[in-house]
Design a protein around this ligand. Sequence first.
Ligand code: C2E
Ligand code: CA
Ligand code: CA
Length: 264
Amino acid sequence: MLKEQCSEETSRIADELEYALEKRQLSLHYQPQFEFPSGNIRGFEALLRWHHPELGSISPLRFIPIAEETGLIDSIGMWVMHQACEKIRQIQKSHLPNSIISVNISAIQLNNPFFFENVMNVLHQTSIAPQYLELELTESTNIACINNGTDTLRTLALQGIKIALDDFGVENNSLLQLQKLPLSTIKIDRSFVINMMHDSRCKIITEWVITLARKLGLIVIAEGVESFEQLHQLRQWECEYIQGYLLSRPLSEQELLLLAKSYL
Ligand code: C2E
Ligand code: CA
Ligand code: CA
C-alpha cells in the first residue's frame, strides 16, 4: 500500500514538474561560501526550490532524480544556470565584483551533445566571464555519465569555467575522479564535517583530504559547517573556504541582495 502511494506520488511529481517551470513554481536560493578567516565572500551556490501550491515545498533531493529520469533535467538545469548567472551579474555589478556562482549539474546533463554550447550561450547572454561560473558535479549521481562527459568537462575547463567535485569522499571513486577530472575545487561532504568531531579516523581522513587538495593545487570548500567547534578545527587545518548554516543558510533573492549590500 505504502509502495503504491509512493509511486503514485512520484508519478504526480513527474507530471507536475513538467509544468513547474512555466507556472513559476521553481526558484533559486543562494548559499554564500566564505573565505576564512577574512570573512570575505568567495561566491554563492545556487540551490533549486520547488514550491507546489498543494504539496508545499518539495526537496530537490526528491524531484531532481525524477527530473533526471524523465529528461526534464536538461531544461530545468539550463533554466537554473541562466537564472543563477543573471543574479550573479547583478551582484557583481553592484556589490561584489568577483563573486563566483556555483551551479549544481546532474551528470546526465553532460550527455546532452549541446551542453557545452548551451553553457557558453548562457555566459554570453548574461555577460558573465567563464572564471566566475563553477559547475558542481556530484559523484554519487551517475558515475558512468561523468566518465562519458569528461571530454565536455575538459572543454569547459579550457574556457576557464571551474569544475568542482561535490560531496567529496562519499563514493569510493573519489580518488579516481581527482586524477581524471579537470577539477579546480573539491567540496568536502557534510558527513565528514559532522563525524570528524567524534570519530578519530574521520578526523585523520578530513585533514588528509585538505592537505592532499592543497598539494594538487585545488581549492577546498568544507560543506555543512554548523558549529564553531567544526569551524575552529577546519581553521587549524587551514581549510580556506567554508559553507554551512553556521555562517549562512541558503538565502532568498531578497536576502541575498541585503547580504551583498552589507559588504559595500
Ligand atoms: P548539495 O549540492 O550537496 O547542496 C548542499 C545541501 O546542503 C543543500 O540542500 C543545502 O541547503 C544544505 N546545507 C547547506 N549547509 C548546510 C548545513 O550547515 N547543514 C545542513 N544540514 N544542510 C546544509 P538542498 O538545497 O536541499 O539541496 C539538496 C541537494 O539537491 C543538493 O545537495 C544538490 O545535490 C541537489 N540540488 C539542489 N539544487 C540543484 C540544481 O539546481 N541542480 C541539480 N542537479 N541538483 C540540485
Ligand atoms: Ca552542490
Ligand atoms: Ca554537497
